[in-house]
Design a protein around this ligand. Structure first.
Ligand code: GLU
Length: 339
């Protein structure tokens, strides 16, 4: 296990030595198009990983589905591969519900409730809840995410749900729908998440109705998106909370940094540190096969490809995003010294 993780890190590091545009250079459309088509072709034939199957409907998704989209702050869209097919957003939704809670209640509402620390445990860990009685975790693992959903204000389930969906739609720049088959499939098999929500209720992090919070959370994970939707959502974060396609200020720019910080800390499950080390990019993956990544001020990018590695992250998506970001100077920590 340890050896294979080291080998994986080495392969990803090797990928990253072919640097292209420097972080302080402007991007041209040709740079971006070349980066996308090169990465698309390079990983098209890759046959690694497997669809998630603990939610039965996800096992049936076509594993060959593969699309890339990148959106720049000035509203240009670049794509490669399948941009029409939709997958369920899954854990990527956690980012936007966290953002909604921060908008409604401020960044401290998150840090003082479930916390903003990495757990070092799997995303649906009960041990992580028990360790600090539901504190010192974050809104991107299931316990923190269901708690975040429970914090969205509203007088009825409908009101809360509509607010969440509309918020996601503002990020994507179009109307979104729920994949009912995925929703029903997960709702029928989410006993573990129900248990996690009950624990978060027992420890006082969820104030009321953990069953409703779990149900809305399950529905938010079932929202159906294509790769351009995901890239636009990422680009809205890259552009200080303003959707580059619609021009709408979806969230206040002051609150974006906190969202990106949690993505950097915990966006790629147990491999979040490894991912940040390689790319410097705040990102979030979902078991539906999507990954979004944000290069602040530079671009938002998304890749969809359902087969996942052992940590639960799309194999092709990680490789393609790392290559593209590297070619485009996307790492925000890469600074050219002043002469
Ligand atoms: N709905 C999924 C769950 O709660 C989301 C998991 C994920 O994408 O990481 O298990």
């Amino acid at each position: 296990m340890r050896l294979s993780r080291i080998a994986k890190l080495a392969v990803l590091l090797l990928t990253c030595v072919t640097a292209g545009v420097r972080a302080d250079q402007a991007l041209t459309p040709a740079d971006i198009e070349t980066a996308l088509t090169t990465a698309f072709a390079k990983y098209k034939g890759l046959q690694e990983g497997a669809n998630a199957d603990y939610i039965p409907a996800l096992a049936k998704v076509d594993p060959n589905l593969y699309g890339i989209a990148l959106v720049t702050p000035d509203g240009k869209i670049y794509t490669a591969g399948d941009i029409k097919s939709e997958v369920s957003i899954q854990s990527i939704s956690k980012v936007f519900t966290m953002a909604l809670v921060i908008e409604e209640a401020g960044p401290e509402a998150i840090s003082s409730n479930m916390g903003v620390d990495a757990t070092g445990q799997v995303f649906n860990s009960i041990v992580a809840v028990e360790q600090y009685q539901g504190s010192e975790m974050n809104p991107l693992v299931n316990a923190g995410a269901i708690t975040a959903t429970s914090m969205v204000s509203g007088n009825s389930r409908d009101e809360i749900w509509n607010k969440i969906l509309h918020f996601y739609e503002d990020f994507a720049g179009r109307k979104l729908a729920v994949n009912q088959e995925v929703f029903e499939s997960e709702a029928a098999t989410n006993q573990r998440n129900q248990a996690i929500a009950s624990l978060m209720y027992a420890y006082g992090h969820i104030k009321d109705n953990p069953a409703q919070a779990t149900d809305i959370y399950t529905e938010q994970c079932s929202v159906s998106v294509n790769v351009q939707d995901l890239a636009t959502m990422a680009a809205t974060l890259a552009n200080g909370g303003r959707n580059p396609l619609t021009g709408k200020q979806v969230m206040s720019s002051q609150n974006v940094a906190e969202v990106l910080a949690v993505m950097a800390t915990a966006g790629l499950y147990d491999d979040s540190g490894q991912w940040l080390y390689l790319t410097g990019l705040p990102a979030k993956s979902g078991v539906g096969g999507g990954i979004i990544a944000v290069s602040p001020g530079r671009f938002g990018i998304a890749v969809i490809s359902p087969p996942l590695d052992a940590a639960g992250n799309s194999v092709r998506a990680q490789k393609a995003i790392a290559d593209i970001s590297n070619a485009l100077g996307g790492n925000p920590y890469e600074v050219t010294p002043v002469e």
